[in-house]
Design a protein around this ligand. Structure first.
Ligand code: COA
Length: 396
């Protein structure tokens, strides 16, 4: 009998498989890429999140391998008593874990990451599993990984090779993902990044794709896109939490004033190099930053490009709390799971009460910022700065 496949948790599928009679567990023959570096805790957590997006049931044997590697990676070699003969499910799990012997936790973590990566790769580009039409996870996204688990919808920026730079497609997908998350059954929504960066901000290649209407048209279209993008954050109806897993640049920083809670790893930095790029602030930061940190400190960031450490950002009120990198993911997600058990309507209504007084003003600020940026994008200062970025790359 097949073990029901649970898209949510690597081990819950076995817990729910009461009717399973027997498993034949072959010696674990794992295909690994043998990465010399070894998987980090972040890679491991990312793999866990990816597991939830698999569309196809990988079969009992693979699921037991996933379970065993997860236990070995998180707890080390099997050290629990052998379940009784008739406790088929737990016996199968125990056998799988035991068969890993003395494989180290680091090695198990690497094998876990490799195994999930190979399953994801076998399914093609990141798209989420079939779920009821209209749900967040039912939508297909190419630049995001979107999952709903434990009452939390997580929107993960997923261009790690490009430091999660936000392309036009990604702007549109984030707007869509927020729209769906606002209506789905989740209690809270989280935005985070894949890989070592949270986001490097606007993808500067967006400026190189000139449409038929010329550069004026490009500036106008980009302005409308930005206006709708920021609006999706201003109007988001539920608690919105940023999990800042690494450096953040540009619009990924300026938007933070529109989040309800911002948790950051100590490795994160916060940089808004607008004047360096001949541009001006967006994401309502021209209003939210002076409000949260005072005009002088905000000007240091928004005018003079000061890059903040996570601790400085926390002192300035931009970040709620900073965590050691080694325990960041574990501590933050434990806390978020607890938050997500709180009553949904109470949380949403409380958030709306906190925000309602500011909403109209935020929309007005957004309009003004967009208007200024459309002008900036057409300026020589901006053009020259973008050209310099690409010329510097070409010289490398
Ligand atoms: N737009 C376009 N491409 C970007 C990008 C962005 N905002 N951020 C990173 N990338 C690309 C790089 O060009 C590089 O592409 P390549 O592999 O094809 O050469 C890749 O992502 C990796 O980035 P790299 O620069 O090699 O990594 P790094 O760790 O040395 O530096 C940054 C990371 C983010 C500091 C650097 O890429 C950068 O300054 N990017 C621009 C950030 C920016 O100005 N954003 C807009 C703010 S308004």
């Amino acid at each position: 009998m097949a073990v029901p496949f649970c898209l949510v948790s690597p081990w819950r599928f076995v817990r729910s498989a009461r009717l399973v009679h027997a498993f034949r567990i072959p010696a674990l023959q794992l295909h690994t890429t043998g990465s010399a570096m070894g998987a980090t805790v972040e890679d491991f957590n990312h793999a866990k999140a990816q597991l939830g997006t698999l569309k196809k049931d990988p079969g009992n044997e693979i699921k037991l391998k996933i379970y065993a590697l997860f236990k070995q990676a998180t707890q080390g070699p099997c050290n629990t008593p052998k379940p009784g003969m008739l406790d088929f499910v737990n016996k199968a799990k125990w056998d799988a874990w035991k068969s890993l012997g003395d494989v180290s936790q680091d090695e198990a973590r690497q094998q876990y990451v490799d195994l999930i990566s190979s399953l994801v790769a076998a399914e093609g580009p990141a798209k989420v599993a079939a779920e009821p039409a209209g749900s967040t996870a039912a939508a297909a996204f190419e630049t995001l990984l979107v999952t709903t688990e434990d009452n939390i919808t997580t929107i993960r920026l997923n261009r790690p090779q490009k430091k999660n730079a936000i392309t036009i497609q990604m702007y549109n997908e984030i707007i869509k993902a927020l729209e769906l998350a606002g209506k789905d059954d989740s209690v809270i929504t989280v935005l985070t990044g894949s890989g070592d960066f949270y986001s490097s901000g606007n993808d500067l290649n967006n400026f190189t794709k000139i449409p038929e209407g010329g550069i004026e048209q490009m500036a106008k279209d980009s302005g409308e896109l930005l206006r709708g993008f920021v609006k999706a954050f201003i109007d988001f109806p539920k608690p919105l939490i940023a999990v800042i897993n690494g450096p953040a640049v540009g619009v990924s920083v300026t938007l933070l004033g529109l989040f309800d809670v911002v948790y950051a790893t100590e490795k994160a930095t916060f940089h808004t190099p607008f004047s360096q790029l001949g541009q001006s602030p967006e994401g309502c930061s021209s209003y939210t930053f002076p409000k949260m940190m005072g005009v002088a400190k905000a000007s240091e960031m928004l005018l003079f490009n000061k890059k903040l450490t996570a601790t400085e950002a926390c002192q300035r009120g931009l970040v709620t709390e900073v965590f050691p990198d080694s325990s960041f993911q574990t501590e933050v997600w434990t806390r978020l799971k607890a938050y997500a058990q709180l009553p949904r309507n109470s949380l949403a209504l409380s958030k709306q009460l906190v925000r309602v007084v500011e909403k109209e003003r935020l929309h007005a600020v957004n309009d003004q910022e967009v208007e200024r940026l459309v002008e900036r994008w057409l300026s020589d200062e901006c053009m020259n700065a973008i050209m310099s970025f690409f010329q510097a790359k070409a010289r490398l």
